[in-house]
Design a protein around this ligand. Structure first.
Ligand code: AMP
Ligand code: MG
Length: 472
């Protein structure tokens, strides 16, 4: 594979990718790839989603599961379903402070009711001790169980304790209230089991636990959780000019930032980053490190995928029997992105700390080396693979819309994801591009909190137009 990456060479690899797809991966037809291997953003995304949909079952085997304490489960993917251990709520629960009543007694208001007792949250009113009869009310607090006989709670705000007036009448001893508003049966309490019945599924296996998931697990008494092990994602930076961050860079050298930003993104996506040594633009060492990286569940390589003379990544991967699902996307930043897989026949180097299960295919991405391109292409394409390998159903990309503050001018031909700042007062969100010096400008990206999406056929977008954006 000495020659440069010719059109024929690509064509053969992409053909191979097609065959590979239908034989080994297909449950639905693979999206069509052009013979050049460069596809639109949407096709590239579909291809990744297609592959992601086919890696899920790998995570289901018991050896890929671990047990963690509840809070350590935050951000992890459930390997067991969480079910209600009893009815939720376990008793008819008042949702307002007020008086438990029979709604039929409040058809005509105002009306007087005799207060026959009180229930605080945590009290249990035995029906033979305390119940609500005709013309009666029981004072009740939010979170307390509704007493027998009651079918509604009238809010305390709609009652008054007209003690003096009624005390003058013939009920001097009792406590009386006046209800000023009617209440419908079922109002201001949640019936037993209304949220879920005992044994009902609350959160399924494959759900990633956020704070609400943690609350659900806590509410059913799960102090330990079965979660999937995080998929290991190998990160390989390439380039003769790239040096480790603790080294002093020479005049034409730069520090490696990509495997650090990627490590952060991998963790956020639910994976476990494994940073490898920096690979020079030299075939043998690059191959050695790529082989090491292929021992992880996913390999992300940065740099070396452009058309430069020393961009060797694709050639080395081809030597390792890689197939390429696409070799570029018509986007900016990130056009040279590569996605492919090596089969099980690839000679793997096994990780020392853990045995690595062999399963085909081992996916990889070649991400462009420019730091902003690396970060953007991760968000656009890599995340679904990590989510799938983590045992989740991959999440769709969610585009929001905001009003553009000042005009955008670009060239047509590529779908652009331009770093921008979304800001606003309450619901009046507006978005503005940050000034940046291209795909190497990490400082500009750090000032941004989103990307404005510019379609490939637009040269100019006016201020005031509603534009799609992707949060970062
Ligand atoms: P490449 O994709 O290899 O052509 O690299 C594109 C640009 O990204 C070049 O200016 C590289 O110096 C830069 N670059 C490549 N790898 C890294 C890295 N790991 N950290 C920071 N910048 C990088
Ligand atoms: Mg390079």
């Amino acid at each position: 594979m000495g020659q440069a990456l010719s059109r024929d060479w690509f064509r053969s690899r992409i053909q191979a990718a097609r065959g590979y797809d239908s034989e080994m991966l297909s449950s639905s037809p693979a999206p069509v790839v052009s013979s050049s291997g460069v596809v639109s953003f949407e096709v590239a995304r579909r291809i990744v989603e297609h592959h992601a949909a086919n890696v899920g079952p790998e995570k289901a085997s018991p050896e890929k599961v671990e047990s963690v304490e509840l809070l350590a489960g935050f951000g992890r993917v459930l390997a067991e379903p969480i079910v209600a251990d009893r009815d939720l709520p376990a008793f008819a629960r008042a949702t307002r402070d007020g008086f438990a009543v029979r709604s039929e007694n409040l058809r005509e208001v105002p009306t007087r009711l005799e207060v026959v007792g009180e229930i605080k949250a945590g009290d249990w009113p035995e029906p033979d001790v305390l119940s609500v009869g005709r013309g009666q009310a029981v004072e009740i607090m939010t979170g307390a169980p509704l007493p027998a006989g009651a079918d509604a709670v009238v809010m305390v705000e709609y009652t008054s304790a007209e003690r003096s007036r009624f005390q003058l009448a013939d009920h001097a001893e009792g406590r009386w209230i006046e209800a000023q508003r009617s209440v419908a049966a079922g109002e201001n309490f949640v019936p037993r089991g209304a949220e879920a019945h005992a044994g009902q599924l609350l959160l399924d296996r494959g759900r990633r636990l956020d704070h609400a998931g943690i609350a659900i697990a806590a509410s059913v008494g799960k102090n330990r959780l079965q979660v999937f092990q995080k998929p290991r994602v190998a990160l390989l930076a390439t380039g003769d000019e790239v040096v480790a961050i603790h080294a002093t860079p020479g005049p034409a050298q730069i520090r490696n930032s990509n495997t650090y930003s990627l490590a952060a993104q991998v963790e956020k996506a639910g994976g476990e980053p494994v940073r490898l040594a920096i690979a020079p633009d030299e075939r043998a060492r690059l191959r050695e490190l790529i082989e090491q990286g292929l021992a992880s569940e996913l390999l992300l390589i940065t740099g070396g995928v452009s058309m430069g003379k020393y961009d060797l990544v694709e050639q080395v991967l081809a030597e390792l029997n890689a197939v390429f699902f696409f070799t570029g996307a018509n986007i900016q930043p990130g056009k040279p992105i590569v996605f492919g897989a090596c089969g099980a026949e690839t000679p793997f180097v096994f990780a020392q700390d853990r045995p690595v299960r062999m399963f085909a295919p081992h996916h990889f991405f070649g991400l462009p080396g420019n730091p902003v391109s690396t970060m953007v292409t991760f968000e656009l394409f890599v995340r679904p693979m990590i989510e799938a390998l983590a045992g989740m159903t991959p999440q769709p990309l969610i585009f929001l819309r905001a009003q553009l503050k000042s005009e955008i001018r670009t060239k047509t031909g590529l779908k652009r994801f331009l770093p921008a700042v979304l800001s606003g007062e309450f619901e009046n969100a507006a978005v503005e591009l940050v000034t940046w010096r291209g795909s190497g400008d990490v400082a500009a990206l750090a000032r941004a909190n989103c990307y404005v999406v510019v379609p490939p056929d637009r040269e100019r977008i006016e201020a005031g137009e509603w534009v799609p954006l992707l949060m970062r």
